[in-house]
Design a protein around this ligand. Structure first.
Ligand code: PEP
Length: 259
């Protein structure tokens, strides 16, 4: 039996002071006795503070990205060892906002280059995280254009197989995969529960049989308290990756309760 998991991705929101206030509310509102795992992924600068405030709770801390090198002349980058040092135990990789897609048309070509994540860099990041015993939260998902041209399943299969290239199944027990259709992220447009279930089951079928029943597969994309329970009821949806709604501790705690 997989334990349900709800991950909050704060994206580029909250100063350290705002983060501390939000965490204090979260700790008050999220039931300590619930058997749902919870992870909060704040911006890098707040990881230490958030970790300190969550020390005696069951809520864990994750990062939103990582660079794969150990150290060196990589201005602006953060290594896995730095994440461990700050107190993170999970890390999101391959988020569509990092894959340079942003629904493909939302931002200009000149800006896209800053977000040039590829399946290959996702794979390097996963290997670096595992080397440091950090747990990856791998995001996969199709754009609306890919969905409309019937490519959803192929896109998902390719993203999974490239991301997991040369990774031993035995290293994957604490892996998390999030199905995040790009067209549903931050748009208010949610995937139907039946389609989320279908794609999450497809993701599970792409995993090695050794870990297939252990890896948690989440749904992400405009999850709110009002749609969470229908989504989380699906047998292959083990919880959610929540962006915008995780910034409101009341809404976030209601999503956790739905799980
Ligand atoms: C996300 O950022 O991973 C996400 C799912 O965002 P939102 O919930 O705002 O759609």
């Amino acid at each position: 039996m997989r334990t349900k998991l709800v991950v909050g991705n704060w994206k580029m929101n909250m100063t350290t002071i705002q983060a501390a206030a939000a965490i204090e509310s979260c700790v008050r509102l999220v039931d300590a006795k619930s058997n749902v795992d919870v992870i909060i992924c704040p911006p890098y600068l707040s990881i230490c503070k958030v970790r300190e405030l969550l020390r005696n709770t069951h809520i864990k801390v994750g990062a939103q990205d990582v660079f794969w090198e150990e150290s060196g002349a990589y201005t602006g980058k953060i290594s896995p060892a730095m994440l461990t040092d700050a107190g993170a135990t999970y890390c999101i990789v391959g988020h569509s906002e990092m894959r340079g897609r942003f629904g493909a048309t939302d931002i200009s070509q000149s800006t896209l280059g800053y977000f040039s994540e590829s399946d290959q860099t996702v794979n390097l990041k996963i290997k670096a995280l595992l080397f440091h015993s950090l747990n990856p939260i791998l995001c996969v998902g199709e754009t609306m254009e890919e969905r409309e041209s019937g490519k959803t399943d192929d896109v998902i299969r390719t993203q999974i197989s490239e991301a997991l290239n040369q990774i031993e199944p035995a290293e994957m027990f604490f892996f998390v995969v999030a199905y995040e259709p790009v067209w549903a992220i931050g748009t208010g447009q949610t995937c139907s529960a039946a389609e989320a279930e279908r794609v999450c089951a497809l993701i599970r079928s792409c995993l090695d049989p050794i870990v297939r029943e252990d890896v948690r597969v989440l749904y992400g994309g405009s999850v709110k308290a009002s749609n969470a329970s229908e989504l989380f009821k699906q047998p292959n949806v083990d919880g959610g990756l929540v962006g915008g709604a995780s910034l409101d501790p009341g809404e976030f705690s209601r999503i956790v309760m739905s799980a």
